[in-house]
Ligand binder design. Sequence first.
Ligand SMILES: NC(=O)c1ccc[n+]([C@@H]2O[C@H](COP(=O)([O-])OP(=O)(O)OC[C@H]3O[C@@H](n4cnc5c(N)ncnc54)[C@H](OP(=O)(O)O)[C@@H]3O)[C@@H](O)[C@H]2O)c1
Length: 196
Amino acid sequence: MGKVVFNMSMSLDGFVAGPNDEVDRLFGWYFSGDTELTFPGTEMVFKLSRPSADLLREAAGTIGAIVTGRRTFDLAGAWGGHPPLGVPHFVLTHRAPQEWVKPGSPFTFVTDGIAGAVTQAKQIAGEKDVAVSSASTLQQCLQAGLVDELDIDLVPILLGAGVRLFDHLGTEPVELEQTRVIEGQGVTHLRFRVVK
Ligand SMILES: NC(=O)c1ccc[n+]([C@@H]2O[C@H](COP(=O)([O-])OP(=O)(O)OC[C@H]3O[C@@H](n4cnc5c(N)ncnc54)[C@H](OP(=O)(O)O)[C@@H]3O)[C@@H](O)[C@H]2O)c1
């Protein structure tokens, strides 16, 4: 069984998007290097520094399913039906969008809570990891003790306002062990193990 890992880009002051859900300033590092990278199923060409490209390649090989939230799904326009890394996505929502509930859809809509979403994603991912990739789903995973590792792509900007990553966590401290630091171009890739 693989791990449950989290990955998002975050500003130095802890935001994963600006006040209008904009992510352009946080995603600059995907296009600021000279190493081109593409993924199966999408025409998007990333231009990364070598260390960031190596990390993304590694992630593409180890992630078998993704858990996210309905806002991310809607804001991304369902990724035009070609979600990141081409792996099955489990989308937490109160109401499934019927146009994507069909045979062959890369999306499974989960209405019974975070534990159900992670369990289903783990079954599909098998030996590979499950990636959690939205703020609200990470918060729920941390509260439920479901996440093993945090990968934060730390971007050197203070956004000042927006969608805060580490909100609604309750009052109990969550202990972390830093296990990796890699410098990219316009980003520092941080990895922490959640101490359980
Ligand atoms: N920096 C990055 O790397 C990055 C990457 C992707 C996205 N983003 C940004 O992240 C933001 C979105 O994240 P978010 O945390 O605000 O929203 P989110 O997790 O994507 O979606 C939240 C929504 O998911 C549904 N949901 C969540 N938990 C649920 C549960 N337990 N049961 C049923 N439904 C549940 C609810 O939608 P319903 O009630 O409507 O069903 C809820 O309003 C956006 O601003 C986006 O631009 C940043």
